[in-house]
Design a protein around this ligand. Structure first.
Ligand code: ZN
Length: 105
């Protein structure tokens, strides 16, 4: 049996962590670039990596928010695609997933 209260706490904790990380990444983006061209290229590469990580963190935050809504609505753990129960083992690893293993593939 799934412990929804515990799942909810874990999702909230993870969301706060991701939000902090996303904010940090935003803060580490450079507002000004070097005058030196090769330096500038390096800096832009760094910025792209940071932006990608930030986007990934934001995507996960969105999934977590959706999972929290599903918990509130009482349909957490059901596959959003086929309606079958998502395996508990899968939910332990990916608590914010909305699809069962068959539909995720
Ligand atoms: Zn499914």
């Amino acid at each position: 049996m799934l412990d929804l209260q515990k799942t909810k706490e874990e999702l909230n904790t993870r969301m706060i962590l991701l939000q902090e990380r996303a904010d940090e990444m935003k803060g580490s983006l450079r507002s000004e670039h070097s005058q030196n061209f090769s330096e500038q290229a390096h800096e832009r590469e760094d910025d792209e990596v940071i932006e990608r990580l930030e986007a990934e963190a934001n995507a996960e935050i969105a999934s977590i928010k959706a999972a929290l809504v599903r918990i509130e609505e009482g349909n957490y753990g059901a596959c959003s695609n086929c309606g079958e129960d998502i395996q508990e083992k899968r939910l332990e690893i990916l608590p914010f997933t909305s699809r069962c293993i068959d539909c995720a593939q």
